[in-house]
Each structure stands twice: as C-alpha cells, then as structure tokens.
Design a protein around this ligand. Sequence first.
Ligand code: ZN
Length: 455
Amino acid sequence: MRLRLRDAACAVWMVCGLVAAAPMCGQAVEHAPALPRPDDRYKADVLLMVAHPDDDTGVLNYITRASLDEGKRVAVIFTTRGNSGGNAIGMEQGKAMSDEREMEARRSLALSGITNVWFLHGTDTATQDVLHSLETLGHGEALEETVRLIRLTRPEVVLTWMPGYVVGENHGDHQASGVVATEAFDLAGDPTKFAEQMDAPRRYFDINNYGEGLHPWQPKKLYYVSDASHQAFLEHHGPKYLASDVSRTKGVPYATLNKAAWDQYATQTDPELDYYVHMPDYLILAKSYVRSTTEADVWDGITPGPIAYRSAPGYQPPTRSGVSLELGGPWAFYREFQEAHGVLSVLRFVAPQAALSSYRDLWVPLLLHNDTDEARDLTLQATLPDGWTPAAKDTVYHVEAHATYPAQMFLKAPAEKASDKDAPPQRLRWSIAGAGGSSGEVTLAVTLEYNGVPQ
Ligand SMILES: [Zn+2]
C-alpha cells in the first residue's frame, strides 16, 4: 500500500518520540480528483474567422496546406450563415439558403480535414460600411462568443479579414469579422473580460452547473487577408501561399483542391471561379508576440504552450487644435480602431481609397472639427476631377466651439467614364478654411469600378 504523506509524517513524529505533539495523526486523508484538462478535441493551431460560408475560399491555399500537409488543426468561425447572398442553383433564399450554406461550408471544409466549425448569429448585410455590419451582426454578442471560442480552441494563430476599407468587394461583413476577431485576440487573455466564462464550475460532473470552466488564452500571431480586387499591393506584408504549389499529401496543386472545395459551394458558384481558384493568398502579419519576420511562414517562431497576456495600446483621445478636416464614417473609425489595437502602423500601406457604389455614385463622409474656444464658420472647398457632379462649390458650415460637423457628400462619376478596373484612381480633394483657423486637406483615391455591394 502506498504510504500517504500525512502517515509518513506521523511515522517520523513517532520515531522521534514526539507522538503527543503530532495532532493530525490517525485522521483520514482524501485526495482531490485529478482535474480534467481542457478538451483537446477542440484545440486549434489556426483559428480562421470570416463572415460568410464561402469566405474560407479566400485563404484556401493556406488552410488546406496547414491542415492536410502540415498536420495543423484548423478551426473556423463564420459570423453569419449567408442568408442574403445569391443562389446560383435554386430558388431557396433567406433562412432556407442559410441552412444550405451552412452545410456547404461544412462539406467544403471537411475536404481539407477541417471539422471544428462554428456559426455566429449575424445577418448577412450587403454593404461596405463596417459600422452597419457591426450593428446587424450584434457586435457585443459576437465578441463574447468569439472570446469564448478562442478560450475553448486556444489557437496559436488567428487569421481573419482585414479591418480596413479597400477597393474591391470590401464587404462590410468581412470587415466586421476582422474587427471582432482583432478585439477578441486582444481580450481572450485578459481574465477580467467575460470573467464568467472562466469561473470554475462548482460541481463540474453534475448538471445545471454555474461557471463555464474555461481559461484565459493569448494567441501568438494575428494575420489578415483582404478582399481587395487589386491584390498585388498586399504583397510583402506577410507570407504568400500559391495555388500552383503541390500538396504533399494529395500530390496535386492546391488549385485542384480549391476547385473541389469551391464545388461544394454550389449556391455561390462564381463566373470568375477559375480566377479565384488560382489566386495567391496574401497574408498580412498584423501582430506577432513571438520572434518572427514579416514574410516568414505563419508557423515561424511559434512553439507550443501558453504565452503571457499582452495588452493592446487602447484608445487615446486625439490631440487636435484649431480647425481640421478628416474623412469620417469607416475611415475615421478605422484610424482610431487600428491605433487602439496596435495595428495602425502595419496597415499604413492601405491609403484612403474607395470605389463607386451603384450607378457610379460615391459617398464621402467628412468631419469638420472646430477645436477652438469659439464658434467658427468653416468653408469647405472641393477639388474634383473633370465631369464629377455636383460641380465643386464652396460651402460654409457653422461649427460650434469644440464640436464636429459630420458633412455627407454624394457625388456622381462622369457618365463617359465606364467602369474600368485598370484606369488609375481619380483623386478627389477637400480642404477647409476658417477665419483665424488653420486649414486641413484630405484626399481620397477613387477607382472607377463597382463590385456589386452597395457602398
Ligand atoms: Zn463573403
């Protein structure tokens, strides 16, 4: 029989003739049951967070390689079930199509050996405005669930859509999934955030428990991918994975595997499928808490085991003075969001840009700031390329002291400028002037293309 610790102590006391001084002798000793370890069936090496069932095809070269050829465990979160996309093969729409698209995603990912797949409750929202998509997603609930899933899956790497405004599909739901994934990356290791997820259940072997029993988890790297239509500008900000590379386990190019994965998404078949099947995956390294270089493989520098929590810089109020002008809406949000989460310097290469909405319309929100102690009349001046309407004219805005006027511009591109993806972007400029104040200027590079999602 194994000698228990306390029994051994008693034996020592007795040998020393100090029995009377050993008060614990003879008491029964019970060992606490071994604590169950975190459920290894859900451990992920790479956690991909995207918006729609089929968004995973935007990074298939990498996740198929990681899963099939490198033995990495890949898990996926979709923020929506794709209820408002088109249906290329049938009449089913809305919730009925959601049911189809969820199954399409599960079947497609299973071809790459990926079976840990979760769907959040966002509504598929066809807009390029991230703030609109965050509203329809249910930002708070999605963030809570994403933090929970990071703590459950304990990924080394989080991979998601870039939270930024680009020329291209630029889907607001894509951007929103990148916003939530970035927030969750920064929160999951903080035990004060959603603390109820980590409370130890009181009787974990019983039913009706309180306490979810998770632990904080800090992922090591954060990567972005983009739905920009001009992908080349994304190169050299992270590793690139090619569709022409040959899968070690399957013996065929990843493009062949991509086609098979795409075929599962029958409702979403795209006329340009061949182009997408052969596209490279440009990953953007947003954050790394291990020693690694920008363009190195995703796995560079990663070793098993937890790392300490790393806090994001957090929001800092702007230090403005006088009067100033800046792009508003999603552009203003991203400036502050990216700075607060420590990815602004990485994403500086994404200069302010836009493409046209339907009927060649362009929406441009502008913020006129007056940070002086007096109300000011600020004159907004536009410099537009030939043919844009309404024609540029000076407009005066009355802005109270320490206030901001959100001006909304709606402009039309000249009709003779047909949608041309290859034409150089047009540069639209605005500036302000106010009595006694400084002036500010913003420039927006506008590409004359339209990709189907309203701006
Ligand atoms: Zn999508």
